[in-house]
Design a protein around this ligand. Structure first.
Ligand code: FAD
Length: 471
């Protein structure tokens, strides 16, 4: 009997653990459950949903080359997954289901219910660890706890990594033609917001592999020096592809090994700095399993729940719309809204500005980011926000508050990024773009700062100092 292969955020036929495992058992029928209302309830916006849809289309084409039909079902919430998958098993005569695991809490619960339902029906359902080198729970502290701090996690990751963990999975050979035909691709999702032009983010394994190759060929060795400068394309821009599994961490790391004389640590400083970012990605995937409270909108550091977040709708709107009067913050927010992506340095700067300068709850920023990011991914987004808000793992010590103007001068020294996103400031001399003085503001269509850095900093420090001690 055929095996059902349930694709989720692993939209690729190469190096896919569940796919090759199922293919070795016999014929496969692939299935994708589009869960739009559920994903929207989780906060994903048009950019990611559109990219997801295009990624599934690309997957369907790749699977057609393997004579593997892809069936589509729409569900409202994850609760419907067991029933719909069981119905598919009955329709196709499949006795087994395979999938690659996802780690946030609702996904884990959904999968547990699917496994339960299949078992109760006398069928099997098997989840594989595929998205990370170590399954959550495999890397623990000496006391047997999940790591809550990155550096020791990364050390353990490097220490315990074996070559086998990164061995690429085989790509299945085309199977004999199946009696069952693929479903036509469903219509594009109807979305309230218009997604950004899809040409910015071509979906599928081919474009992902091209990006990886170009990044490693031209930029990988400069990564350590260039990754912090938003006017330079110094990073891989692979995050949307990693988030939906159009490329795997193993493919990325194998490509580094090939470029770096077989080493992931040591060797070229740029390449190893990039590996470190992939380890951050993995760290946050472990955190959501080890500390499921972060999936329930709770702070990682419980004592910070007492922070007196301000109810400042006008401030929040100014931040969302790129009208705070801090050019680096505004340019970054406009980049996010226009492209669905923001440079990492600026994610830190804007997140810190919202949570420290405006003292607005990180959860509001987390939601706004997810609504716009094409790479929106719960674990990394939540981890990044809680880091910036000093409520999370490794949290930035609360007294280290970025000065947005200094950040701007340091990381966009010639004001190129500012000029690109704030045309109203482009005519100013580069040095004046970071913090245009009041005399200039009257002539420019650009707002004065909505908070003064020093006073805002003091307000944030006071709020943190007044917290009950962490127990
Ligand atoms: P590169 O610098 O080329 O890094 C390679 C890959 O490593 C990335 O594609 C990504 O998969 C991973 N990575 C890099 N930095 C981090 C990090 N700090 N944490 C986790 N993984 C990382 N990343 C997301 O993928 N989705 C998100 O929703 C997301 N939200 C964020 C929110 C905030 C407030 C912050 C501070 C960071 C967030 N990040 C998120 C992490 C990071 O900013 C992006 O992964 C990175 O900017 C993507 O660009 P790139 O692919 O060129 O990264």
């Amino acid at each position: 009997s055929p095996t059902l292969l349930w694709f989720r955020s692993d939209l690729r036929i190469h190096d896919n653990t569940a796919l090759i495992t199922a293919a070795r058992r016999g014929p496969i029928i692939a299935v994708f459950l589009r869960s739009l209302p559920q994903w929207q309830a989780h906060g994903h916006g048009a950019n990611k949903l559109d990219f997801w849809h295009r990624g599934v289309a690309a997957l369907g084409e790749a699977l057609a080359g393997l004579n593997t039909p892809l069936l589509h079902r729409d569900i409202t919430t994850f609760d419907e997954a067991p029933e719909v998958l069981l119905a598919l098993a009955r329709e196709t005569g499949a006795a087994a289901l395979h999938f690659n695991r996802e780690y946030p809490l609702d996904e884990v619960r959904r999968d547990a219910r699917v496994i339960e339902a299949f078992t109760a029906a006398g069928l099997t359902a098997t989840g594989h660890h595929d998205a990370v080198a170590f399954a959550p729970g495999e890397l623990l502290t000496g006391k047997g706890d999940y790591y809550g701090i990155f550096t020791p996690f990364a050390k353990a990751w490097h220490r315990q990594l074996t070559a086998e963990r990164l061995t690429l999975r085989d790509t299945p050979a085309p199977q004999p033609r199946q009696a069952i035909a693929p479903d036509p691709l469903p219509a594009s999702p109807e979305l309230t917001d218009t997604p950004v032009d899809g040409r910015q983010w071509p979906a599928g394994e081919g474009p992902a592999a091209d990006r990886l190759e170009r990044f490693l060929r031209f930029r990988g060795r400069h990564y350590a020096d260039q990754r912090d400068f938003p006017a330079i394309r110094g990073t891989s821009e692979l995050s949307p592809y990693l988030a939906l599994g159009m490329i795997s961490h193993r493919q990325c790391l194998q490509a580094v090994l090939a470029e770096n004389d077989g080493a992931l640590a040591g060797g070229d400083a740029g390449l190893t700095a990039w590996v470190n970012e992939l380890v951050w990605r993995e760290f946050y995937q472990h955190v959501v399993v080890g500390f499921p409270r972060v999936c329930r909108h709770r702070a990682f550091q419980a004592h910070t729940e007492a922070l007196p977040w301000r109810d400042d709708d006008a401030g929040f709107r100014a931040w969302c719309e790129g009208r705070t009067g801090y050019p680096i913050v505004d340019a970054a927010m406009r980049q996010l809204v226009a492209t669905g992506w923001m440079h990492n340095r600026l994610r830190m700067v804007t997140a810190m500005f919202l949570t420290k300068h405006l003292l607005i709850d990180w959860r509001r920023g987390e939601t706004f980011f997810l609504r716009h990011l094409v790479d929106g991914e719960f674990a990394a987004n939540n981890g990044g926000w809680q880091w910036a808000a000093s409520t999370g793992t490794d949290a930035a010590p609360y007294f280290r508050i970025f000065n947005p103007t200094t950040q701007s001068q340091r990381f966009d020294p010639d004001g190129r990024f500012l000029a690109e996103w704030l045309p109203e400031l482009a005519a100013l001399p580069a040095k004046a773009r970071h913090a245009p003085g009041r005399d200039l503001l009257d002539r420019l269509d650009y707002p004065a700062p909505i908070v003064a850095h020093k006073a805002a900093r003091t307000r944030a420090l006071d709020a943190f100092k007044a917290l009950p001690p962490d127990r």
